[in-house]
Design a protein around this ligand. Structure first.
Ligand code: ZN
Length: 156
């Protein structure tokens, strides 16, 4: 298992627009493995290419339903609304209220470069939007309503 360094907000790589992936290569296969390892090691639910310094349109997500690999993802429909705390591995220990669509359909290539349509509700819809924002150089902090606060953990 190989962990990659997670870039922290303020790093210019997080503000750049990513390029599409046109073919699967051994390097990208290794990137996918490393991104999954890095996401699980950091206990995150998603990780996008720029967060490990790679300006390619790729992200990994796992909201507790198994790993998803999204290459060149595009939101094809979004409806509903949810407002809740959102955090990011590039801003550890912090969270803020963000409103997102509650239901999202995404078209993306999977790790075999097969086109898939993925449907997400609730947390998964939020994760799709958050990770795809990263691919265009955007952080959730641009969308926070109110203050960004420290994440507090319940004692029990
Ligand atoms: Zn993030």
């Amino acid at each position: 298992m190989a962990l990659r360094q997670i870039r922290i907000q303020g790093d210019a790589v997080l503000e750049k627009k990513c390029r599409e992936i046109t073919e699967m290569t051994p390097r990208i296969q290794e990137l996918i493995e490393d991104m999954l390892d890095t996401m699980y090691d950091a206990c995150g639910v998603g990780l996008a290419g720029p967060q490990v310094g790679v300006l390619k349109r790729i992200c990994v997500i796992d909201v507790g339903e198994g790993p998803l690999v999204l290459i060149n993802p595009v939101i094809v429909s979004a409806d509903g609304e949810q407002t809740g705390d959102e955090g990011c591995l590039s801003l550890p220990g912090k969270a803020g209220q963000v409103t997102r669509p509650n239901h999202v359909i995404v078209r993306a290539l999977d790790e075999n470069m097969q086109e898939r349509e993925l449907e997400g509700e609730g947390l998964l819809a939020r994760a799709f939007c958050h990770e795809i924002d990263h691919l265009d150089g955007h952080m959730y902090t641009e969308k926070v309503e109110g203050q960004i606060h420290d994440v507090t953990y319940d004692e029990d």
